[in-house]
Design a binder for this molecule. Structure first.
Ligand SMILES: [Zn+2]
Length: 293
């Protein structure tokens, strides 16, 4: 039986040896914007990813997603969740002159609360199982293991001081209050998570919060409606693809990058092929949920 790591290596070598990565840049990526999605990469990893990326691509802010291209591939760097480790990336952003967008959960950053899936109880209960429950069931189940979303203790998000230090170099935007799976929330929970997050972040940051990212990539027309009604100008999904001026601003597409991707795997992931194969293998629709199975 071949291990997952070995399969990844074979796929990555195949893609780069046959120059599929170069061909996909010409045929698929062109001068559109690849919105790369990270979570909590190590500074060294992000450093060599950005060095490689800049050798053939312009790295642009997320807000430029609908601007006309110049013929070169473009990429925007986004990080979801506001993990505490993101603070260590600041020297890398400055070194590469890259302005990333970090999507924050307004009730998890700036206070000692936890991202729910990082609580030991979430692992015991099964993270993917919890994602499939209704929001109330998930919270009740986590409560059995001692997790309560407003309880303070060990913090897993960026502190207020870290956010303040990063603000001149980072675009902070919205990713709900507590990171529920929005499609498992009732209407009221869903609307509150989307709209209250905006006002809470705006009062924390003192600037307008215009962009949103759907937690875990889960959304339907209902979530899109709430995002529009709350006054956001765009929203990023986890749907595979590239973006240009014709893209739906409330369904921006993404290339998910593994936080620990080797250079070979990073080059392979930029083609979109690994995620595409996961979709095909699991015979699922291509939109509205995260491609992590
Ligand atoms: Zn997230």
């Amino acid at each position: 039986m071949i291990s997952k790591t070995a399969l990844k290596k074979i796929l990555a070598r195949g893609i780069t040896s046959f120059r599929v990565d170069v061909a996909s840049r010409k045929l698929l990526w062109r001068d559109r914007v690849a919105v790369l999605l990270y979570h909590d990469p190590k500074p060294d990893t992000l450093d060599y990813h950005l060095t490689y990326l800049k050798s053939f691509c312009d790295v642009v802010p997320l807000a430029h997603v609908a601007s006309p291209g110049s013929g070169r591939p473009r990429a925007a760097i986004t990080l979801d969740d506001g993990a505490a480790g993101n603070a260590d990336l600041l020297p890398v952003f400055i070194k590469h002159n890259v302005r990333p967008t970090i999507f924050l959960c307004s009730q998890i950053v700036g206070r000692p609360t936890m991202h729910w899936w990082l609580h030991p109880g979430a692992k015991q209960a099964g993270i993917e199982r919890l994602k499939r429950m209704s929001n109330a069931e998930r919270l009740a189940e986590l409560g059995k293991y001692g997790y309560h979303q407003t309880h303070e203790g060990d913090g897993t998000g960026l502190t207020a001081g870290q956010i303040e230090a990063m603000r001149p170099f980072v675009d902070f935007q919205a990713h709900t209050r507590f990171h529920p799976i929005l499609t498992r929330c009732n209407d009221r929970e869903c609307e509150q998570e989307i709209s209250v997050c905006k006002s809470e972040l705006e009062s924390m940051l003192g600037t307008e919060c215009e962009h949103f990212a759907y937690p875990n990539g889960n959304y339907t027309d209902r979530e899109v409606g709430f995002v529009k009604a709350a006054g956001y100008k765009s929203a990023r999904t986890c749907d595979l693809g590239w973006n240009d001026s014709r893209s739906d601003p409330y369904r921006l597409k993404t290339i998910v990058i593994d936080d620990d991707a080797t250079l070979w795997w990073f080059a392979a992931q930029l083609t979109g092929i690994p995620v595409f194969l996961r979709y095909v293998r699991h015979a699922r629709n291509f939109s509205g949920y995260s491609p992590q199975f």
